[in-house]
Write a protein of this length. Structure first.
Length: 67
C-alpha cells in the first residue's frame, strides 16, 4: 500500500553522546551540546514542516534513519 523511496542524503545529523553535528554536503554547518539529542532532532525536523494536504496520507515525508 505504501512505498518508501530512499535517496542519498544531503543533510546528516550525527550524535556523539550529547554533542550533535549537522552536516550539509559533508561539511559541518552546525554543532550543539544538548541534554537530549532526540529533543534536538525533533526541533530540527520542525524547520522543515510540510503544509497539510487532504489528498495525501498523514505521513508523506520526513526523516528516515537508524539509531
Amino acid at each position: 500500500r505504501y512505498s518508501i523511496i530512499g535517496l542519498p542524503c544531503r543533510t546528516l545529523l550525527r550524535v556523539f553522546g550529547n554533542r550533535v553535528e549537522v552536516l550539509v554536503d559533508g561539511a559541518v554547518v552546525e554543532q550543539a551540546e544538548v541534554a537530549d539529542p532526540l529533543d534536538y532532532v525533533e526541533a530540527f525536523q520542525q524547520r522543515y514542516r510540510s503544509a497539510p494536504d487532504a489528498g495525501l496520507p498523514v505521513f508523506h515525508g520526513g526523516l528516515v534513519g537508524y539509531f
